[in-house]
Design a protein around this ligand. Structure first.
Ligand code: FAD
Length: 494
């Protein structure tokens, strides 16, 4: 390992618990797997993720911070060679906010990439990043150039390659998932060879790696498209929930909208009956642009109302009233980069007995009313506390093999607060399977980076090209070096 800069090798150490997903881990680690205490010299290290529910034994965990180049390549090859010699799996991650061990190799080598390396080419509207660079660093580097990430998630904590590997979407419109904005990647295969993948070079590996959850290889760097960073003016429109998708699609078809999302009322007395649409258009006056700000006062203040909703339907109703009436008056013109420069921590629950669990479903706009019916039927019957739902538009992704949007979709992102108990976990699983059944019935899909609660048959329905994906992976990784919980749960038998 000599010559590797700023490298933390956490072999056999309980310190691994504190390295990733910091906010969620540490204090709140109920041993749902029943594997006993995790600290102490004789116990193998474990790794967890943002859910706090994925504690998994691993062989080792290393963090690499080198710029893309020879030192990074040498370090990754060394890890691959060691893992091959000991016949253990390898998986690479960034922030490990995926919630079902999608970035954790059981008994294997976990690698974390973290870096600030970014080279921009403003004339071409492109930038090159080390794979582990987080979006907050991308925003910091692009902002002075008046550029902005074209598509990223609604929070800035995640890694760029990780975003490509889950093929995340955001609320900039009208785009497909983030993979559609990636021009090329450098990928290390299981045999240590380094290849370039793009739409012109190794296109089949490119399509499998996009949304491929790190199962094809280790991405070392990406070249990504940027958008203009403009000052945007919000417009708010409330409407019945059932009318949302049609109105949303019409608003986006007008062409002037740069960012857009929707919300639904989660108060159980009016569950999913009311919707709010928020669209951002460029300010006609683009003089005096300001640097990207962090989390705004309104976001921070709204955390208290957000968390006070737990178990309190009146507060849910109050929050809806505040956001649809007062919030709309407090929000003025804002820079695009400020809108997306939001850390997850802003809404953190700070309660060691609970965890935030996300669900996400994708349905065609025409099926949106049926989707609302399914949710009204299934969610209030469960013990789970739905605190928030946001709605986005995702243009069709016909490139990635594990595509969640083969046709244009409305994405519904739900945030539940779940008790960290076995009973709550079983209830969540039951509710998830019920919802997925209904969503598959209306031709929709669910998102893969969250809890692995779907049944295998549901996975196959939602991702009909899964066996093709597994076959492509086996071709380039015949020893199955790259594995994680997603592979182990659904793909291994294919
Ligand atoms: C609060 C919250 C908000 C979210 N909002 C959104 C949203 O708005 N839109 C959306 O689409 N998703 C959203 N997500 C889901 C999120 O996009 C994924 O969980 C994403 O993976 C998080 O990035 P990460 O850095 O934590 O990835 P990790 O969990 O670390 O990794 C994700 C996957 O990428 C692979 N990977 C990572 N780096 C590499 C690499 N260098 N080479 C090869 N494979 C690699 C990993 O093996 C893993 O399978 C949200 C999640 C949370 C917790």
């Amino acid at each position: 390992m000599a010559g590797i800069s700023r490298r933390a090798a956490l072999l056999g150490s309980g310190a691994v618990l504190g390295v990733l997903g910091q906010r969620y881990l540490g204090a709140r680690l109920p041993d749902l797997a029943g594997t006993g205490p995790v600290l102490g010299p004789a116990v193998p290290p474990t790794l967890n993720d943002a859910s706090g529910l994925s504690k998994t034994p691993i062989a080792k965990h290393v963090t690499l911070t080198e710029d893309p180049g020879e030192a990074l390549v040498v370090a990754l090859r060394a890890e691959l060679a060691e893992a091959a010699a000991e016949n253990r799996p390898v998986n690479i991650g960034a922030a490990r906010h995926s919630m079902g061990g999608q970035a954790i190799p059981r008994d294997g080598t976990a690698i974390t990439l973290d870096s600030r390396f970014l080279q921009a080419d403003p004339d071409k509207g492109l930038y090159r990043v080390q794979a582990g660079v987080r979006w907050r660093e991308v925003i910091t580097a692009l902002d002075p150039l008046n550029l902005s990430p074209k598509v990223m998630q609604s929070n800035n904590d995640f890694g760029v390659a990780a975003t490509f590997c889950v093929n995340a979407h955001g609320w900039p419109v009208s785009h497909g998932p983030m993979g559609s904005t990636v021009r090329r990647i450098r990928l290390m295969l299981a045999d240590g060879s380094l290849i370039t993948c793009s739409r012109g070079e190794n296109p089949e590996i490119f399509a499998a790696t996009m949304g491929g959850y790190g199962l094809t290889g280790l991405i070392t760097e990406l070249t990504v498209e940027a958008a203009a960073n403009r000052r945007l003016v919000p417009t708010f429109e409330d409407m019945p929930g059932d009318a949302f998708a049609e109105r949303f699609v019409d608003a986006l078809a007008e062409g002037a909208v740069d960012m857009a999302y929707g919300r639904l009322n989660v108060d159980r007395t009016r569950f999913f009956e009311d919707a709010l649409m928020i669209t951002y258009r460029p300010d006609p006056d683009q003089t005096g642009l300001t640097p990207a700000a962090g989390s705004g006062l309104v976001s921070r203040a709204s955390r208290y109302l957000f968390r006070a909703q737990l178990g309190n339907e009146r507060v849910k109703s109050l929050r809806w009233g505040v956001e649809t009436r007062i919030g709309t008056r407090l929000t003025g013109p804002v820079m695009r980069n400020s809108l997306i420069n939001e850390p997850v921590i802003t809404l953190d629950d700070r309660d060691p007995a609970r965890t935030d669990i996300l669900h996400e479903y994708f349905v065609s706009p025409g099926e949106f009313p049926a989707f609302l019916d399914a949710c009204r039927e299934v969610i209030p019957r469960s013990y789970q506390e739905l605190l928030n739902i946001t709605l986005r538009y995702v243009a069709a992704d016909t490139e990635s093999v594990l595509s969640f949007a083969p046709v244009p979709r409305i994405a519904a992102v739900m945030l539940f607060s779940q008790e960290m108990t076995r009973r709550a976990e079983a209830d969540m699983k039951r509710m998830t399977q019920d919802l997925i059944d209904r969503i598959i019935d209306i031709g929709g899909t669910y998102y893969l980076p969250y809890r692995l609660h779907a049944r295998p048959d549901q996975f196959n329905w939602a991702y009909p090209r899964a066996s093709e994906f597994a076959a492509r992976k086996r071709l380039i990784d015949p020893d199955l070096r790259f594995r994680n919980a997603l592979w182990d749960t659904y793909l291994e038998g294919m």
